[in-house]
Ligand binder design. Sequence first.
Ligand SMILES: *[C@@H]1O[C@H](CO)[C@@H](O)[C@H](O)[C@H]1NC(C)=O
Ligand SMILES: *[C@@H]1O[C@H](CO)[C@@H](O)[C@H](O)[C@H]1NC(C)=O
Ligand SMILES: *[C@@H]1O[C@H](CO)[C@@H](O)[C@H](O)[C@H]1NC(C)=O
Ligand SMILES: *[C@@H]1O[C@H](CO)[C@@H](O)[C@H](O)[C@H]1NC(C)=O
Ligand SMILES: *[C@@H]1O[C@H](CO)[C@@H](O)[C@H](O)[C@H]1NC(C)=O
Ligand SMILES: *[C@@H]1O[C@H](CO)[C@@H](O)[C@H](O)[C@H]1NC(C)=O
Ligand SMILES: *[C@@H]1O[C@H](CO)[C@@H](O)[C@H](O)[C@H]1NC(C)=O
Ligand SMILES: *[C@@H]1O[C@H](CO)[C@@H](O)[C@H](O)[C@H]1NC(C)=O
Ligand SMILES: *[C@@H]1O[C@H](CO)[C@@H](O)[C@H](O)[C@H]1NC(C)=O
Ligand SMILES: *[C@@H]1O[C@H](CO)[C@@H](O)[C@H](O)[C@H]1NC(C)=O
Length: 404
Amino acid sequence: MSGSNARSFIPLLGVLLGVFLCASGFMGSGVPFRRKVTLELNPGLKLSNAAPPEFDLLHVRALGENDTLHFFLCSKGAPAVLLVHTNSTESSVQVDWPTFVILNSTGGLRVVPESSVQYSRALVFTRLLEYDDVNNTAEPQDFLPPYDLKDFAWSDLNSTVDYTFHAALLCGKDHSSTFRNGSFCLDFSAFESGGREEAWPSLLHSANSSQLHVWLEGVTPRANQSRFSLELQMVSEVGFQDRVDVQRFIDDEYTPSIFQVSQWVSSPVNSSSVRGFMQWKPIAYRKRVPMLEDATPCRNSQPVPLAQPPPSGLISAYFTHNPVTSGINISFSLAEDPFYGSTKFLSWTVLIGMGTPPSDSFSPLVIGIMAVGLGTPLALIVVGGVYVCIRKRRDQQLGYQPIN
Ligand SMILES: *[C@@H]1O[C@H](CO)[C@@H](O)[C@H](O)[C@H]1NC(C)=O
Ligand SMILES: *[C@@H]1O[C@H](CO)[C@@H](O)[C@H](O)[C@H]1NC(C)=O
Ligand SMILES: *[C@@H]1O[C@H](CO)[C@@H](O)[C@H](O)[C@H]1NC(C)=O
Ligand SMILES: *[C@@H]1O[C@H](CO)[C@@H](O)[C@H](O)[C@H]1NC(C)=O
Ligand SMILES: *[C@@H]1O[C@H](CO)[C@@H](O)[C@H](O)[C@H]1NC(C)=O
Ligand SMILES: *[C@@H]1O[C@H](CO)[C@@H](O)[C@H](O)[C@H]1NC(C)=O
Ligand SMILES: *[C@@H]1O[C@H](CO)[C@@H](O)[C@H](O)[C@H]1NC(C)=O
Ligand SMILES: *[C@@H]1O[C@H](CO)[C@@H](O)[C@H](O)[C@H]1NC(C)=O
Ligand SMILES: *[C@@H]1O[C@H](CO)[C@@H](O)[C@H](O)[C@H]1NC(C)=O
Ligand SMILES: *[C@@H]1O[C@H](CO)[C@@H](O)[C@H](O)[C@H]1NC(C)=O
């Protein structure tokens, strides 16, 4: 009897495990959401009679079934990424180049028809801040004169746009001698569907977001114990408010040692629905190829409202109706971490997108472990219960037999 019970136990456990693993396999799948992505450099620019502008404008069209997501990357002034979501598949971009090229001009860029625009938001990289961490506490203070990214000389996108993989690289340098061998780079990628890059931090992306991998390489530190912070500004239409949220996980499989993700979200005033986001993991890497031993945490300040929009040509060209601006500082490293000068390299990755930010689900490995951990006791309880029942009935039947 106990032998037959053991035989029925094994298939039952198998079935339970199978159910758990199948459920994990199908989780998050279904029909994957896709967009058709096309890139265009300097849309509508005719060079017949004029010199080429001293900056580039990259336009990315990510066409959905009933909507279009436009991304712009521009190096006029401080480098910026603008996202415009329209509820039309026909929306297009109009650049008034004679206006757009003028310093401080406004209104040179439109997405038409304007009535189709549902949401606009921009991320601007404004300043690099360096400080001498004399006490090795990584408390940003006593800043050296900041590097103003609006004054950097930026490379042309022409030679780096990858029309196949929807990517472009923008690198800039300051005119000072400390940047002679240095550069600050923004590696932009747009996506046709969901996924994650293999290299850490392996952020989960969707077709509703694009990614910026940012790095600072080869700059001569101006102090013996230099650390850096990065100032970011966010611009949106009036009627939106923003905040930085932190989401925690129990699983760090995709980004070792990191159990949380930070997201700078914007929602309409008096509403909790998130319309757009910037999302990052609080980790930077001190070498070009990210390894665990070169990882260094980063922290962000809370967003502060700013009176002036950032000095980006893209912002003044697109946001003509008193946009709302706020800013945060991301500071890299913790106390006792190696200083910038040890590797002269620092990289960080951020996602910019519309709608709710992507959220990591449990990885298949963790789900498998949970299935075994939860499934085995469950199976034992069920099997035990069944065994006791059968045993009871058998005993009862056996008990009646002698009377008959
Ligand atoms: C697009 O619009 C059509 C018709 O209006 C609708 O049936 C479909 O569900 C929409 N698709 C999406 C992805 O919203
Ligand atoms: C134009 O831009 C320059 C440099 O950014 C600034 O100093 C100047 O005040 C601006 N002029 C106007 C009229 O906004
Ligand atoms: C797009 O949104 C506007 C309002 O923002 C609305 O008037 C229009 O009907 C919408 N178009 C479609 C095709 O949903
Ligand atoms: C460094 O530590 C010394 C002694 O504790 C203190 O006087 C000084 O203010 C600290 N400097 C900074 C920049 O924190
Ligand atoms: C872009 O690059 C191509 C070839 O690399 C060149 O023919 C073209 O003139 C360049 N355009 C601009 C605006 O620099
Ligand atoms: C830049 O690199 C060259 C060659 O690698 C080196 O000789 C020079 O000292 C470096 N300059 C700075 C400012 O680091
Ligand atoms: C992307 O945005 C579209 C349109 O708002 C929405 O239907 C879709 O569910 C979103 N996809 C993801 C993966 O967030
Ligand atoms: C850096 O350290 C060296 C030796 O430790 C010292 O001579 C030099 O003055 C320091 N430089 C700065 C800018 O603090
Ligand atoms: C938001 O709520 C405040 C107070 O509840 C109200 O005065 C204001 O008009 C609301 N704003 C919007 C855009 O609904
Ligand atoms: C970033 O830090 C610098 C230096 O402390 C400060 O001047 C600036 O206001 C900060 N920016 C934001 C947006 O908090």
